[in-house]
Design a protein around this ligand. Sequence first.
Ligand SMILES: CC(C)(COP(=O)([O-])OP(=O)([O-])OC[C@H]1O[C@@H](n2cnc3c(N)ncnc32)[C@H](O)[C@@H]1OP(=O)([O-])[O-])[C@@H](O)C(=O)NCCC(=O)NCCSC(=O)C[C@@](C)(O)CC(=O)[O-]
Ligand SMILES: NC(=O)C1=CN([C@@H]2O[C@H](COP(=O)(O)OP(=O)(O)OC[C@H]3O[C@@H](n4cnc5c(N)ncnc54)[C@H](OP(=O)(O)O)[C@@H]3O)[C@@H](O)[C@H]2O)C=CC1
Length: 410
Amino acid sequence: MSDVDDLAERVEEGELRLHELEAHADEATAAEVRRLLVERRTGAALDTVGDYAFAPEDAVGSNIENLVGGAQVPMGVVGPVRINADDPDGAVSGDKYLPMATTEGALVASVNRGCAAIRAGGGATARVLKNAMTRAPVFRVADVGEAAETAAWVREHTDDLAGTAEATTSHGELREATPYVVGDSVFVRFAYDTKDAMGMNMATIATQEAAEHIEAETPAELVALSGNLCSDKKPAAVNAVNGRGRTVSADVTLSRETVADVLKTTPEAIAEANTRKNLVGSAKAGSLGFNAHAANTVAAAFLATGQDIAQVVEGANAITTVDVRDGGDTLYASLTIASLEVGTVGGGTKLPTQAEALDVVGVRGGGSPPGANADALAEVITTAALGGELSLLGALASSHLASAHEELGR
Ligand SMILES: CC(C)(COP(=O)([O-])OP(=O)([O-])OC[C@H]1O[C@@H](n2cnc3c(N)ncnc32)[C@H](O)[C@@H]1OP(=O)([O-])[O-])[C@@H](O)C(=O)NCCC(=O)NCCSC(=O)C[C@@](C)(O)CC(=O)[O-]
Ligand SMILES: NC(=O)C1=CN([C@@H]2O[C@H](COP(=O)(O)OP(=O)(O)OC[C@H]3O[C@@H](n4cnc5c(N)ncnc54)[C@H](OP(=O)(O)O)[C@@H]3O)[C@@H](O)[C@H]2O)C=CC1
C-alpha cells in the first residue's frame, strides 16, 4: 500500500484528522491524500487543482491550511501605466505594466484603454497621502466615568503606547492611538506606518501588547483585540473618511481629441455620466463608493500580486471626480482611494506567480527606504484604476458597455 493510500485509510478510520496529515508526510503528499479523500467523498475530480506551480512547503504554515492544491485565475497585463513622468515627488515615476488576474472578459481591455488615454494625456500624477494600517481593540469599563478616564489616559500616553507596540516589530511605527467611547465600551483605533507590509499581522501583534499596557494602567479590560472600528474587511465609513492602509490619489488631464480618439466620446458626456452615475446615483444608493468600478482593478491587481483579496472591500472606498476645463478643450479626472491595503512583503507576496507579478511592477520585497515599494504599488494600482474609470465612463457615455461585453465577455 502506498503512503498516500495508507494515510487516506488512517483518516477514513478516524485515526488521523484531515488537518493532521503534515505531521505524517511532506506537504505535497498530505495535499495528495486530501485530494484523494475529497474526490472519494464528493465525486469531484481534482486533477487540475492538483496541478499547481508553487512549492507546497512555502504555502503551508503561512498562507494556507488543509492544502489540496491551487486555484488558477487567468492573468493579463495593462499598460504601460504612465505615472509621475519626470516628477520625482511621487513614489514611482515613468512607465509601469500592471498584471491583473480576473475572469471578467473586457475588464483588462477596458483598463488598458484607460491607460492608453492616460498616456496620450502625458501621464497621471499620483501620490500616497497617508499610510496608516489600523487595529482597534474594544475594552469593557464599568461606566462612562471610567470610559472617560481610560480615553484621557490613552490620549496622554501615546508615546508610552508607541514604545510598547513598536517593541514587537523592527519596521512598524505607531502614528496614532485614537480613543472612542460608547457608554461602557472604549475603543482605541491604533494606526501604524507598516512600511512595505500590508501590516495586518504586524499591527495585530503590536496592538496586543499595547492593549495589555492599557489594561495595566487603566480600569479597562480587553474584550476583543479587533473591535470592528479598525475596520477590516467590512464596508465602513471610518475607513472612507480617515483612511486605512494607503490613501492614494491620482489625476490626469486629457485633450478633447484624446477623449474622442481613445474613449470614443466627449468630455461633456463623460462628465455628465460621472455626475449622474458616480455622484448622484451613488448618493441615492447610500453607497460608500462614489466610483464606477475601482474594485475591478483593485481585485484583479490584488489577486495577481498576492494581496489579501478580502480587503477589496476597503479598496472600493473610492471617489471619482470629472471636470470639463479650458472651455471644453480638456477633461480633468481624478480617483482617490481612501483605504488601499497593499504590501510587497509578507502575506501572499512571496508565492511564485505573485512575486513574478510584483517583479513586473518592479516592487518585489522591501523598498529603499522601507515603504517605498508598497507606496509605488499603491500609486500604480490607483492610476490603472483611474484608467478603468475613464474607460467605463466612456463606454457608458457612448453606449458601448453592453456591446463590449457581448464581444469580449461571454
Ligand atoms: C472593450 C473596449 C475597451 C473597446 O474599446 P474601443 O474604443 O472600441 O477599442 P479600440 O479597438 O479603439 O482600442 C482602444 C484601446 O483600448 C485598448 N483595447 C481595446 N481592445 C483591447 C483588447 N482586446 N485587449 C487589450 N486592450 C484593448 C487598447 O489600449 C486600445 O488602444 P491600442 O493599444 O490599440 O492603441 C471598450 O468598449 C470598453 O472599455 N468597454 C467597457 C468595458 C468595461 O469597462 N467593463 C468593465 C467591467 S463592467 C463591471 O464589472 C462593473 C459595472 C459596469 O457593473 C459597474 C457599474 O455599475 O458601472
Ligand atoms: N492577524 C490578523 O488579524 C489579520 C491577518 N491578515 C493577514 O496578514 C498577512 C499580512 O500581514 P503583514 O503584517 O503585512 O505580513 P506578515 O505577517 O507576513 O509580516 C511581514 C513582516 O515582514 C517584515 N518586514 C521585512 N521587511 C519589511 C519591510 N520593508 N517593510 C515592512 N515589513 C518588513 C516585518 O517584520 P518586523 O515586524 O519584525 O519588522 C513584518 O512584520 C496576510 O497574510 C493577511 O492575509 C489579514 C487580516 C487580519
